[in-house]
Design a protein around this ligand. Structure first.
Ligand code: T46
Length: 315
């Protein structure tokens, strides 16, 4: 909604001037208006491929429902100095016209029927084609919070509020619930279920069939007030079939061996294997095992580390 400056006062009345400006980011090539619209009428029900417009309710009131592929919002226009900017590819529906409504629209181009998308299914299809991430046709992706270049493969289901970063690879048969965040460059191999309360940072690798948990005392039909949280910090790798119990933090660049059952926090750079998981050493950011001498280690990739108070730090 844009508030345009009204010039004048109650004595004299008001004037609003519309010309190319910061508020109107396009050259006005057309002005059109509707009047005498019955109160029960519904108009719009389309999006424009290229056209930009600003809609004014000069008299009376009107509601406009807008959807841009991510967010739906209903705007109520009641003031003649307020303009609703309708950008490209915004699906809009006008309804609740007051008896005396006069709607004026300024547009960036002349009337071209070929610029209209009047079919909602076609609009959704075009939105999906224009997305800068890939969704396999057999995946169900309810979230719009998905970063550029991410790939989501068949038979995976991503819930509406899940947030997924850029350049992730979500392989086949993965479930991601609502209260889940994945950073950038995360790999999730097949057969992984990521439940509410699990937060995964950048560059994490989750191997096939890794099992997460989010309820310490599971009972059928009894839900905790809040699900336990599990954090997998950046660069960590989890081997196939490992089980990660809840309320656990796995430190940066840690490695969890295949089949390990992680029952407690894992510190940065630790290598943990077995059931229950035990620390068997440390690895470098590059993944190679570190050999410490006098609490110092230098990897062949040139990264150097120091061990202090049972923790490993990169120098
Ligand atoms: C929009 C919303 C806010 C023309 O011949 N020239 C024109 O410049 C316009 C705007 C329309 N027309 C024809 C096309 C249809 O045969 O007028 C008829 C009614 O148009 P439409 O059904 O598209 O009207 P609305 O109120 O649903 O939509 C109008 C604009 O068309 C549209 O661009 O964004 O207002």
């Amino acid at each position: 909604m844009i508030n345009f400056k009204s010039m004048g006062d109650e004595e004299k009345g008001y004037l609003v001037a519309l010309q190319k400006s910061e508020e109107i980011p396009f050259e006005i090539k057309r002005v059109y208006y509707t009047y005498g619209v019955p109160m029960h009428a519904k108009r719009g029900f389309h999006a424009h491929k290229k056209l930009e417009q600003i809609l004014f309710c000069l008299n009376g009131s009107i509601k406009v429902k807008c959807f841009d592929g991510e967010k739906e919002e209903v705007f109520t226009l009641t003031k003649p100095n307020e303009g609703l900017y309708l950008g490209t590819m915004v699906w809009h529906e006008m309804f609740d016209y007051s008896k005396d409504s006069v709607i004026m629209v300024i547009a960036s181009d002349v009337y071209k029927e070929e610029d209209y998308i009047r079919n909602y299914e076609e609009y959704i299809k075009i939105l999906k084609e224009n997305k800068n991430y890939f969704v396999h046709e057999k995946a169900i992706v309810d979230s719009n919070n998905i970063g550029k270049d991410t790939r989501i493969w068949g038979f995976s289901h991503i819930f509406e509020n899940a947030v997924i970063g850029e350049n992730c690879n979500i392989c086949e048969h993965v479930l991601i619930e609502n209260d889940v965040t994945l950073g950038d460059n995360v790999t999730v191999k097949s057969g992984v279920y990521i439940w509410d309360g699990i937060f995964i940072e950048d560059n994490v690798f989750i191997g096939p069939s890794v099992s997460f948990v989010n309820d310490k005392y599971p009972r059928s039909k009894m839900y905790p007030e809040e699900f336990s949280k599990t954090i997998i910090k950046k660069g960590a790798s989890i081997g196939s079939n490992a089980t990660i119990l809840c309320d656990i933090t796995i430190g940066q660049y840690a490695t969890i061996g295949a089949g390990t059952v992680v029952t407690k926090d894992v510190k940065d750079f630790e290598i943990v294997v077995g059931n229950p998981g035990k620390v068997i050493g440390y690895n470098c950011i590059c993944g190679k095992k570190l050999i410490f001498e006098d609490n110092k280690a230098k990897c062949s990739c040139k990264n150097e580390y120091e061990k202090k108070d049972g923790k490993v730090y990169k120098i």
